[in-house]
Design a protein around this ligand. Structure first.
Ligand SMILES: NC(=O)c1ccc[n+]([C@@H]2O[C@H](COP(=O)([O-])OP(=O)(O)OC[C@H]3O[C@@H](n4cnc5c(N)ncnc54)[C@H](OP(=O)(O)O)[C@@H]3O)[C@@H](O)[C@H]2O)c1
Length: 431
C-alpha cells in the first residue's frame, strides 16, 4: 500500500484535545493498515503555548498563531477542539475556504450553524464531521446518516447529558434531593463549576437540534428546541414515579409528528420496561425508531477525555480514508426537506401533576371540572397523603395538547383551595 502521510492540526489542547493527541499517538502503528496512510499532527493551536509544550513535550508543534495553520497548504485536516462560537466558527470557515477538511466536537457551534458550515464544506468538496458533538463516544451521527439511511425515522430520543443522568440516578438510588446529588456530581467531577447548561437542559438541547436535523433531513437549530431542566425534580417525584413503575430521566426528544418536527428537552417519566430506563450514572444512550430498523439503541460514554477522543479520531480516520480514495465530501448535508417545527403548545403529551389542596369535600370535583373545561382528559387522580389541613393529589392525564394542559394548571394554581402546584412532568408514551 502507498506510504502516504496526511498532516493535521489540532485547535485546542484541553480535555478533548489532549485525549485526541493521546489516541492518535496510540494508533500510530495501526494507522497505515487501517487507513492506507499515517496521520501526523503538524501543529497544535492554543492560547497558553508553554502549558501545551510541556504537555506534549514537543514545543515545535505548538503555536498561538492561526495563520501558521490556515496558510500551511500541507495541512489537510483541521481538528477543532477549542469550543465556543468564536473564534471557532471563523477558523472552521477559513479552513474550509482553504480546502481543508474539518473535524469538530463543538456542539454549541454545530447546533447553531451546521447548515451554513455544511453548505460551505459541500461547495469546497471538503469533509466536515462532528460525531463527538452528540453523546461523546457513542457513534450516532454517522450511523444516522449512513447505516440507518434506509429508514424513515419517526423518533430519536436520548439521555444525552451525563451530568443530569448521574444526578437523577443518585436521587433514585440513594433517595437524595437534587441539591445534594448536584453537590456530589460536582465533587466527583461530573458537573462543571457552573452546571447551568447541563441542569437546565441547554447542553442536551444543542444535541437535540443536531439529532433532529439529521434524523428528519430538515434543519433544526438550537432556537427551535425548548429546554426544561431537572432543577424542580424532587425525591418525592421520583418515589411516586417508582410506585407507577417508572423512573424519571432528562430526555432529549426529536419526534416526527403529523404537524411537523417536535424537538425539546424535558424530564420525563419513563416506564421501567423502556431500554432507556436502564441507562444510569453518567452513561448516555440514544434510542431510535424507524420504519425498517424498528427500534435500536446506542449506549456508551457521553463525555470525557478518551471517550470523546474516540469519536473525534474515528472522524479523522474517516476523513483520511476519503482523502486516500479521493472521495471527500461524500456524506455532506442531509437536510433536503423543509419541515415545520411544532410549537410547544401544540405538542401532545401525557402529564404527571402533583398538587397540594385543602383537604375538603368538593376539591377533587373542582380539579376534574377545571380539566374538563380545558379539554384535558384525566386517566388517574389519586389522593396520596394528608398533612394538616392539606392533601396531596397526583393526577395522570391522557395525551393532551400542551397549551390546554398549561392553561388548566394555571387555572388550578389560582384556585383558593389549592395551596401549591408541586410538579408538572411529562409521561413518555409512544404514538
Ligand atoms: N469535555 C468533554 O467531555 C466533551 C465532550 C463532547 C464534546 N466536547 C466539546 O469539545 C470541545 C472542547 O472541549 P474541552 O472540554 O476539551 O474544552 P477545554 O478543556 O476547555 O479546552 C479548550 C482548549 O482550547 C484552547 N482554546 C480556547 N480558546 C482558544 C483560542 N481562542 N485560541 C486558541 N486556543 C484556544 C484552550 O487553550 P488554553 O488552555 O491555552 O486556554 C484549551 O486548550 C468543546 O466544543 C466541547 O463542547 C467536550
Amino acid at each position: 500500500m502507498e506510504n502516504r502521510t496526511i498532516y493535521a492540526a489540532i485547535l485546542g489542547l484541553g480535555t478533548v484535545g489532549t485525549g485526541t493527541w493521546k489516541v492518535l499517538q496510540a494508533q500510530k502503528e495501526e494507522m497505515q493498515h487501517k487507513l492506507g496512510a499515517v496521520i501526523e499532527v503538524k501543529k497544535i493551536l492554543v492560547r497558553n503555548t508553554a502549558k501545551a509544550a510541556a504537555k506534549t513535550g514537543l514545543p515545535e508543534l505548538v503555536t498561538d498563531d492561526w495563520e501558521e495553520i490556515v496558510k500551511d497548504d500541507s495541512i489537510e485536516i483541521v481538528i477543532e477542539l477549542m469550543g465556543g462560537l468564536e473564534p471557532a466558527r471563523t477558523y472552521i470557515r477559513e479552513a474550509l475556504e482553504a480546502g481543508k477538511h474539518v473535524v469538530t466536537a463543538n456542539k454549541d457551534l454545530i447546533a447553531s450553524d451546521h447548515g451554513h458550515l455544511l453548505d460551505l464544506a459541500k461547495q469546497k468538496g471538503c469533509d466536515l464531521m462532528f460525531e463527538a458533538a452528540v453523546a461523546g463516544a457513542i457513534p450516532v451521527i454517522l450511523p444516522l446518516k449512513q447505516s440507518l439511511a434506509a429508514n424513515h425515522l419517526t423518533e430519536v430520543m436520548g439521555i444525552i447529558n451525563g451530568t443530569t443522568n448521574f444526578i437523577l440516578t443518585k436521587m433514585a438510588q440513594e433517595n437524595m434531593e437534587f441539591a445534594d446529588a448536584l453537590a456530589l456530581a460536582t465533587k466527583l467531577g461530573y458537573a462543571e463549576a457552573d452546571p447551568t447548561a447541563d441542569i437546565e437542559g441547554l447542553d442536551a438541547a444543542r444535541k437535540v437540534a443536531i439529532l433532529a436535523s439529521i434524523a428528519f433531513n430538515s434543519r433544526v437549530t438550537i432556537e427551535d428546541v425548548k429546554n426544561e431542566g431537572i432543577t424542580k425534580i424532587t425525591a418525592n417525584d421520583i418515589r411516586y414515579a417508582k410506585e407507577m413503575g417508572c423512573c424519571i430521566k432528562l430526555i432529549g426528544m426529536a419526534h416526527m409528528a403529523e404537524k411537523g418536527i417536535e424537538a425539546y428537552v424535558a424530564p420525563m417519566l419513563i416506564p421501567e420496561s423502556h431500554p432507556l430506563a436502564a441507562v444510569n450514572d453518567s452513561y448516555n444512550a440514544v434510542f431510535v425508531r424507524g420504519d425498517a430498523v424498528d427500534n435500536a439503541m446506542f449506549l456508551g460514554r457521553g463525555a470525557g477525555e478518551l471517550p470523546t477522543a474516540s469519536a473525534v479520531v474515528g472522524d479523522v480516520f474517516e476523513v483520511a480514508r476519503n482523502i486516500v480514495h479521493g472521495c471527500c465530501g461524500r456524506v455532506s448535508c442531509t437536510c433536503y426537506k423543509q419541515l415545520p417545527v411544532v410549537a410547544m403548545e401544540e405538542i401532545n403529551s401525557r402529564y404527571f401533576l402533583r398538587v397540594q389542596v385543602e383537604d375538603k369535600i368538593g376539591v377533587l370535583a373542582m380539579l376534574a371540572d377545571v380539566f374538563a373545561q380545558h379539554q384535558v382528559s384525566v386517566e388517574q387522580m389519586i389522593q396520596k397523603r394528608r398533612s394538616g389541613d392539606f392533601a396531596e393529589i397526583v393526577v395522570i392525564t391522557a395525551r393532551v395538547r400542551e397549551g390546554d394542559f398549561r392553561k388548566a394548571v394555571e387555572c388550578i394554581s389560582e384556585k383558593p383551595n389549592v395551596q401549591k402546584v408541586d410538579s408538572v412532568i411529562r409521561v413518555y408514551g409512544a404514538d
